[in-house]
Design a binder for this molecule. Structure first.
Ligand SMILES: [Zn+2]
Length: 238
């Protein structure tokens, strides 16, 4: 895993701007893991993908994540602080499950980025069902599976939740206002993208100032250490 250096950070922002999730998160990972091919990243269980995103975050911006959320119990604003490497270690995908039911063999695997991509074409209310059906394979003895419009069996939903629970980046936060300790989900792909976009814009603004004042190329400014770049910027604003 390579950290995103200045040049890759700008490339990540440029590529990511043109993409939607889940492809944006995969584009970020591909810059950090050039030896992986895109199809392999897209087929990773989401727990493993999120673990890689957390590692990329730690390598690029450091271990400590800070964010804000609203308390689901009392609507107070909460500050979230977590360690990316600690959370990364908790995200381990369980193996697929197989079982027999009414003479059929069923198999369910954890959801992947490929499955999320399918959801983009599906109305919001049908997305949970579609996601479950994407990850489920059925083999009937007579090779005929009736199409059912009924509710999905609760046992399937439980199995789906169990297989995918470890993909969530969750943190328990103590709310000082109401003394509850709500469990909050963090969308790590979205969080990392916002940080990359912010860092890229800051970097572009610095390049703009230095290039305009000194006539240096983008490449030579990008190659400077942040300390040296900061020193020149300080002199410019003095
Ligand atoms: Zn609260």
């Amino acid at each position: 895993m390579h950290a995103l250096n200045n040049e890759k950070l700008l490339l990540a922002w440029e590529r990511g701007n043109k993409l939607r999730e889940p492809w944006r998160a995969l584009a970020l990972l591909q810059l950090a893991l050039p030896e992986w091919d895109h199809a392999a990243l897209a087929a990773l269980p989401l727990a493993e993908r999120n673990a890689l995103l957390l590692r990329l975050r730690a390598e690029t911006f450091g271990d400590q994540l800070q964010s804000f959320a609203v308390c689901p119990c009392c609507s107070a604003q909460l500050e979230i602080a977590l360690n990316a490497r600690d959370i990364e270690r908790q995200l381990e995908s369980p193996p697929e499950e197989t079982w027999q039911e009414n003479g059929r063999e069923l198999r369910m695997r954890p959801a992947t980025s490929n499955d999320l991509a399918v959801l983009a074409q599906v109305p919001l209310e049908l997305q949970p069902r579609t996601l479950l059906e994407q990850t489920l394979t059925m083999h009937a003895a007579d090779n005929e599976i009736e199409e059912s419009t009924d509710e999905l069996p609760p046992a399937w939903l439980e199995r789906f939740d169990r297989l995918n629970a470890s993909a969530e980046v969750r943190v328990r936060v103590a709310c000082a206002a109401c003394s509850q300790q709500p469990l909050l989900d963090i969308d790590i792909a979205c969080y990392l993208w916002r940080e990359i976009a912010l860092a890229a814009r800051r970097l572009l603004a610095e390049i703009h100032l230095l290039a305009r004042s000194y006539g240096w190329s983008e490449q030579s400014i990008l190659a400077m250490s942040p300390t040296r770049r900061g020193a020149y910027l300080e002199m410019l604003s003095a």
